[in-house]
Design a protein around this ligand. Sequence first.
Ligand code: ATP
Ligand code: MG
Length: 271
Amino acid sequence: MTSRSSAVLDVAQAPFYRAVGDEVEVFRAAAVGGLPLLLKGPTGCGKTRFVETMAAELGRELITVAGHEDMTSADLVGRFLLKGGETVWVDGPLTRAVRAGAIFYLDEVVEARQDTTVVIHPLADHRRELPVDRLGVTLPAAPGFQLVISYNPGYQSVLKNLKESTRQRFVAIELGFPPPEIEREVIAHEAGVDAATARALVRVGSAIRNLDNSPLREVSSTRMLILAGGLVAGGLNLRTAVQSAVVQALSDDADIVAALGELVDAVLPQP
Ligand SMILES: Nc1ncnc2c1ncn2[C@@H]1O[C@H](COP(=O)(O)OP(=O)(O)OP(=O)(O)O)[C@@H](O)[C@H]1O
Ligand SMILES: [Mg+2]
């Protein structure tokens, strides 16, 4: 059973997700009316995990598509394919989600071109329908259908690719890196490391995130810290684990790598 007061979702088989703010409550409320959701947040902060957990809690199928430059609306809606000499229509993932009442998660929505994302517009308002031009039909979204899109605001402006009129139909949730006490718990759980290791990794993460005038394009994400934890769980010493999973992953510039290495040495407990 789901405990509504608990911040940790404990539904059987639901992946572990530790809420950071009120995102679980917002998602649940939006799901009641099938309101579309826009998740914003840096890479590796838990957006995908959050959607997976909510889909499991709500008992909905989750269909995920990663947006990319070459994606066409046919990739989402479907196309006629030649099968054994016959032309057959094959639903795309969006059409499948619309028919099945699934959660459709379009990750990295800004990567897709506007002429592609335009197909989600009528699904993102009161119409809740998908025009399938090639079939000459308009499909009403089955109950339970919900559109979830996400992007990393640090990369580019979503306004470029998503019409303001569409964006305003989405309920927006901002996800960031969890505060230290929660991030420690997430790392310990995900990487299977002890509390002291998780604490040290969180300290590394915070130090890099709080750098003034940082030359880095990305900061150390929760995902990276979990990776480093995984190396420690695999028998590597903490310093080398952080060097490999965090420092080397963040930059290829020798000076920056050296500076980050020094920062990490200062932050990690002395061996
Ligand atoms: N609040 C959290 N609760 C549980 N696990 C978390 C949480 N935040 C991050 N994680 C962990 O961090 C990992 C990375 O998160 P996830 O893949 O969801 O990031 P993302 O925001 O979707 O990143 P990207 O933008 O690169 O797709 C997850 O596999 C999970 O282990
Ligand atoms: Mg993701």
